[in-house]
Design a protein around this ligand. Structure first.
Ligand SMILES: *Cc1c(COP(=O)(O)O)cnc(C)c1O
Length: 382
């Protein structure tokens, strides 16, 4: 019944944990879910208010423009200039996305011919691989290892793969490893992409979720980046707007145009009222962003301290709302945690084979719940 491309998708390895979680909940267990990469904090009120009034305006009830409202693209450009010092032409270097996942899912359609390679990190956000497979491309997995600070080693990619590579996905601050990248790494990527004619897609979904004074860069800040790549960004993590589905792709105008041509044939843009609310988010006070980071930072500290006291060697991340912890066997560790303590963590293997040996905790629950999770783990033999 189904097309072969569905058979080619990688197995969904979270299914076992999902099933166990459902079972625990149905047994009445008070499950602490540190699995979900979705902020528990609400969208700031001024943004919700902007949506409500925009939703009442019939002018916003029609088909949106394919590329996004010009006012939204201008707000994105204004935000990029203020935040990163990056100048973007709103009409040609910005396109609205229905969440950055949508842009990631569609971009291979514009650049990948059947059999071309796409370079994607492993472990990584699963959509880089699945979108490549939908476009009939081949995935080359770039391992992210602790000894390389979870950065891919570009020299390790075989020459025959590089020769047939069309796209390179990178993502820093990184999900799931919570690693950050120095600008020198981005400069290396630009050099590599230029030399081999590869389109770079940097997924910067977590640039605003940072701690200890760390400020994450945009890929587009680096010299030459605008020539070779685009950045996918989103309001989801920054403003707790995952359910709203609004993001942006920014950068090289030819690449943006290619993505735009795919999009005009598939979707009809994001609801104008949501774009109005997004303008409010991007151009209004950014105090809410700092406040959320303070909350995440406190949770991170509680979890990392608790895990270290339990004897785990775990790094305190400078960004993202994840803690990436080394364990022996990721699936059995996650299963045991859920079975014996009612705690959901995500087994690293679900993000790719090189994610084995880790579990990911999401700090998208309150300090009280995280403290309780640590207490429950103290009662286990881990
Ligand atoms: C959350 C996430 C996204 C997707 O965010 P959208 O809600 O689609 O904008 C993209 N990349 C990574 C790495 C993420 O974790």
């Amino acid at each position: 019944m189904y097309a072969q491309r569905l058979d080619h998708l990688p197995p969904y390895l979270f299914a076992r944990i999902d099933a166990m979680k459902g079972e625990k909940i149905s047994q009445g267990v008070d499950v602490i879910d540190l699995g979900v990469g979705d902020p528990d904090l609400p969208t700031p009120e001024h943004i919700v208010d902007a949506l409500c009034s925009a939703a009442r305006d019939p002018a916003n009830h029609h088909y949106p423009s394919y590329t996004g409202m010009l006012a939204y693209r201008e707000a994105v450009a204004e935000w990029y200039a203020a935040r990163f010092g990056v100048d973007l032409a709103p009409k040609s270097e910005v396109v609205a996305l229905i969440g950055s996942k949508e842009g990631i899912a569609h971009i291979p359609e514009a650049f990948v011919n059947p059999g071309d390679y796409v370079l994607a990190a492993d472990p990584g956000y699963p959509v880089y691989k699945t979108s490549t497979l939908f476009a009939e491309g081949k995935v080359h997995e770039m391992p992210l290892a602790a000894e390389n600070n979870f950065l891919p080693v570009l020299e390790d990619i075989p020459a025959e793969v590089v020769a047939k590579a069309k796209l390179l996905f990178i993502n820093y601050p990184n999900n799931p490893t919570a690693a950050i990248a120095p600008k020198s790494f981005f400069a290396e990527v630009v050099e590599f992409a230029r030399e081999h004619g590869i389109v770079v897609v940097h997924d910067n979904a977590y640039s605003e979720i940072t701690f200890d004074g760390y400020v994450a860069p945009s890929f587009l800040e680096v010299d030459g980046a605008m020539e070779v790549g685009v950045e996918m960004h989103s309001l989801s993590k920054t403003y707790n707007m995952t359910g709203w589905r609004i993001g942006m792709a920014c950068g090289n105008p030819e690449i943006i145009a290619g993505l735009g041509r795919v999009k005009t044939n598939i979707d009809s843009g994001a609801f104008d009222a949501i774009q109005h609310a997004a303008i409010t988010a991007l151009t209004g006070s950014q105090e809410c962003v700092g406040a959320a980071c303070e909350i995440y930072q406190e949770r991170r500290d509680v979890l990392v301290k608790g895990l270290r006291e339990l004897g785990f060697e775990v790094a305190a991340p400078k960004a993202t709302f994840y803690v990436w912890m080394p364990v022996d066997d990721s699936m059995s560790f996650a299963a045991k945690l859920l079975d014996e303590a009612g705690i959901v963590a995500t087994p690293g293997i679900g993000f790719g084979s090189h994610g084995e040996g880790y579990v990911r905790f999401a700090i998208t629950r309150s300090v009280e719940r995280i403290e309780e999770a640590v207490e429950r783990m103290q009662g286990m033999s881990l």
